[in-house]
Design a protein around this ligand. Structure first.
Ligand code: ZN
Length: 389
């Protein structure tokens, strides 16, 4: 399986110069190929493939036009790739899949510097840096995001791109087919909710992290800083004095940053928690997991619930769980949201229509009683009608 990873890099000035030069040359070649073929087609002559263009360029054009020899200064792989890209654009046009290829404009088009692994030392990736042919070692901004060579991963090829003054590397990695683990002979039902984040049919309950002291403190802090920020805006409005206005504006910028940082921290704590929950659940290696198809959009419409629902990150949880299940070969079952998982008695199967949201305990006439959410998780586990995610 091949997987791609994209992350920001921190190139040196010298590397930036090289990247920009390569991208510029690639854009020139792309446009040159387009223009040359347009001319050939207009004259009724034979269209040139990327390969024949490359031969023509090196054997006919460049020897007669030494002023263009700078084309040779940059990575030939990257130059070749831009010819191939232009050829692909033409073939799409010939197949009527897209319109006539357009010229790439500076700063406006997505021209990238392409690289490919040629010899064993190329594309070597460590936690903090990556070796890119013709550039050398380039620092990575996010350490450890790209799987490293030492871990046994091989980078096949990649691109370097620039956007808004920032530089990115995108790599294609060959991921060895993992031996899927032996799964256990049981399934799990998970009831997601607002009181607790998740109640699992194996008896484990994951609390709602937003009710913890840690998040509460951060939220309080955030509110305080937000109030402070709006007060500063008010001040600015009142003040017409230009000199003082400038100082206030700088002050506001500082406060905006403070608020953003707090937001970030809270989001990180929540995201971490979701990851932990998912990992703990799949660690038990069940053969299947059943969850309810939560109507998150509908819940968000309820203004009393929307904030609580958003802060629980149910959608992220489901996405992460789905990815993990796929990786490990666990079947993820999604039960229709109309399935009465809470109202069903897990023991006798009767449905309690008048169950209120405030009833935390499920008590049935048959004598069965259990925690409401735990009962729901058992029903989800045993649901027989579901779709597979
Ligand atoms: Zn019952």
């Amino acid at each position: 399986m091949r997987k791609s990873y994209k992350t920001e890099i921190n190139p040196t000035q010298e590397q930036i110069r090289k990247i920009n030069k390569t991208i510029g040359t690639c854009r020139f070649i792309y446009n040159f190929y387009l223009a040359h073929n347009k001319e050939l087609l207009d004259k009724g002559e034979k269209f040139m493939t990327a390969k024949s263009f490359s031969v023509w360029l090196n054997n006919e054009f460049l020897p007669n036009h030494p002023e263009y020899l700078w084309i040779k200064d940059v990575s030939s792989k990257s130059v070749k790739k831009s010819m191939e890209n232009a050829y692909t654009a033409f073939s799409r046009f010939f197949k009527k899949q897209s319109r006539f290829p357009r010229f790439k404009k500076k700063n406006k088009s997505d021209v990238k510097m392409y690289f490919v692994k040629n010899n064993p030392k190329d594309c070597f990736c460590e936690r903090h840096r990556i070796n890119i042919p013709t550039l050398g070692c380039v620092k990575l901004k996010e350490k450890g995001y790209i799987p490293t060579t030492k871990q046994g991963y091989v980078i096949k090829s990649g691109t370097v791109s620039c956007k808004a003054g920032r530089y990115y590397v995108s790599v294609l990695i060959e991921i060895p087919d993992q031996n899927k683990p032996q799964l256990n002979d049981f399934g799990l039902g998970i009831d997601l909710g607002l009181k607790n984040f998740a109640v699992i049919s194996n008896g484990i309950t994951k609390k709602n992290i937003n009710k913890t002291e840690r998040i509460r403190k951060l939220e309080k802090q955030l509110k305080r800083e937000q109030r402070c920020l709006s007060r500063k805006y008010e001040d600015l409005k009142k003040r017409n004095n230009k000199m003082k206005g400038e100082a206030t504006r700088q002050n506001i910028q500082k406060q905006v940053l403070k608020v953003q940082k707090l937001h970030h921290r809270i989001e990180n704590v929540r995201a971490d928690y979701i990851n932990k929950c998912v990992n703990e659940i799949v660690k038990t290696k069940p053969s299947y997991i059943t969850i309810e198809d939560l109507n998150v959009k509908g819940m968000m419409k309820n203004k009393h619930l929307s904030k609580a629902v958003a802060s629980q990150k149910f959608y992220e949880f489901r996405t992460k769980l789905e990815a993990k299940c796929k990786e490990l070969g666990i079947e993820l079952r999604i039960v229709d949201r109309w399935y009465p998982s809470s109202k069903l008695c897990h023991e006798c199967g009767c449905v309690k229509r008048d169950l209120k949201l405030s009833d935390r305990e499920y008590i049935c006439e048959c004598g069965y009683h259990a925690d409401r959410d735990y009962n729901a998780s058992l029903n989800l586990r045993d649901a027989i009608s579901y779709k597979i995610a």
